[in-house]
Design a protein around this ligand. Sequence first.
Ligand code: SF4
Length: 245
Amino acid sequence: MSSLNPTIDDAQIASLLAYVDTMVWRSHRTRATTIDGRIAYIRRGAPMNPVGAANRKTGTAGTYRPVGPSCPPTCPYLGQGCYGQGGHCNRAQRRASTDPLLSALAAVAASLATHGAPIRLHVTGDFWLRAESRVHVEYIDALCIGLEALRSYDGNRPQIVAWTYTACDLAPEQLADLRFAGVSVRRSGVQAMVHPDAPVGTFQCPTQTGRVANCATCRLCWTTTKPVNFRPHGRLAQLEKPCTP
Ligand code: SF4
């Protein structure tokens, strides 16, 4: 659990763990073979943020947090090119809440649906709580508790079960807690860039060069510390300045 206060209370932890228990049980019962089908069955009855099935780029399930309320004010792309404010991402993020439990349960459902293969955390949104101008430590706590609980059911889960990018300056303790729970975090603008050409010292995301099919087969974002570069695409390709994923 995060070492910083404030955090979630005992009643919230109990509620979170009860839902995790039910979802683990459901994950053993489902006969669905697709990620989509497993998500639909596992999440039935549990309140949570939207969970997306595998897309062509990630090859695995992903979660959504609301764009704006969970994004730090330092992001210059909010309302000005953020990919999360267009297309299907926008439809998903508009249904998402900043509630820490709803965000954490979405990650638990996605992780169960992929049998512990790394999931993409917050395809949209971030670790911030804009309403209180601070890092959303309750979300970090709930996420860590939920993912660590899954390990108590299955000791064979891989060391890394999720990855994400953040524009937030997370404290070393928060990064350590996330890493302990199996979450690999890359700092946008430092460990993850968006430039037309890969800057010196970075590597180009191999899905954009056609070397790999998707993140699930690549895995570089959570197996190397070298910064990754993304060529701007979609709405970001129209911006003049380089930005972060
Ligand atoms: S470098 Fe690999 S893991 Fe990272 S975003 Fe690109 S394909 Fe996915």
